[in-house]
Ligand binder design. Structure first.
Ligand SMILES: [Zn+2]
Length: 287
């Protein structure tokens, strides 16, 4: 069964740890993450971007694949399937398809419009027992070759969105999607503390978890971050492992060309990355 993120994040806030959101791309990704969460006895959130949803042949396919795996792999830890950075329309589509959680990213809208749209989704998800993530302050990242450092959220705007009754709130604190540039100045803990002071018990979400130093992750959790998104790091680990398999010529030996064999080192690399993050976030044995 898929569960909303509400209980897992409330427990994370009270227990001073964070639950990982690991984005999925296909069957191998989903299987690797579910098996690792089970092995570590950790709750887990599977992130699905609109692009990845399209790639996996629609949100319904994602839901059914995940439910099938939970049954077949005997996964007993709490699993949440969550839309990542969704538009308003994508959020509605995911709710209809059976997602247990959605993110509506209204950060590109003026705050009043972000509030109106978020408010409508609060009502809808609340009635269905689903969780909802909102965002204030765009998170930086690479777009067309230019890396933006990311905005810092206005703590007062964060409070206005938090007060609508969302489940969790992503606030820009200088974090970036993808690889961090060498001249990245680090997370803005002053902004995080100010957001926390205004939003009280609201679980805060840290996007762009790839490559943030461990001590900064621990400090962010201490200051109220309850959910950390990891995407790029699994991709880099997967691709490096598959590259090595091919470069070592293993695909040319015996039946080494079998796609299940070609992708197996990549799956192991995702598992190792997820294991490391669950340890760092402190969610092991919190299922
Ligand atoms: Zn993000």
């Amino acid at each position: 069964m898929l569960v909303s993120a509400k209980d897992m994040l409330t427990r994370a806030r009270e227990g001073h740890y964070a639950v990982g959101q690991f984005n999925i791309n296909n069957l191998e990704w989903t299987k690797a993450i579910l098996l690792t969460a089970q092995e570590m006895n950790s709750p887990v959130i599977l992130g699905v971007s609109e692009g990845a949803g399209k790639y996996m042949c629609g949100y319904r396919t994602v839901v059914d694949m995940t439910k099938g795996m939970i049954e077949n792999l005997k996964i007993t830890v709490p699993v949440c399937v969550h839309l990542d950075h969704g538009s308003y329309e994508a959020a509605l589509a995911c709710i209809a398809a059976g997602f247990s959680s959605v993110m509506f990213d209204g950060s590109k809208y003026p705050i009043e419009e972000n509030i109106t749209k978020t408010q409508e989704l609060v009502k809808l998800t609340g009635n269905l027992g689903l969780s909802l993530e909102a965002e204030v302050g765009a998170i930086g990242g690479e777009e067309d070759g230019t890396v933006s450092m990311g905005e810092c959220a206005d703590p007062d705007e964060c409070k206005r969105i938090a007060d609508l009754g969302v489940t969790m709130l992503a606030a820009g604190i200088g974090n970036i999607h993808g690889k961090y540039p060498a001249n990245w100045p680090g997370l803005r803990f002053d902004v995080l503390a100010a957001v926390k002071a205004k939003t009280g018990d609201m679980p805060l979400v840290l996007h762009g978890g790839t490559g943030i130093p461990a001590d900064m992750i621990r400090e962010a959790i201490r200051l109220g971050v309850c959910k950390i998104n990891v995407n790029t790091e699994c991709q880099i680990a997967f691709t490096a492992a598959v590259r090595k398999y091919i470069e070592d010529g293993k695909d040319l030996v015996g039946k080494g060309f079998d796609p299940r064999k070609v992708l197996a080192p990549g799956v192991e690399a995702i598992k190792a990355t997820v294991r490391e993050k669950i340890e760092l976030f402190g969610s092991a044995n919190k299922a």
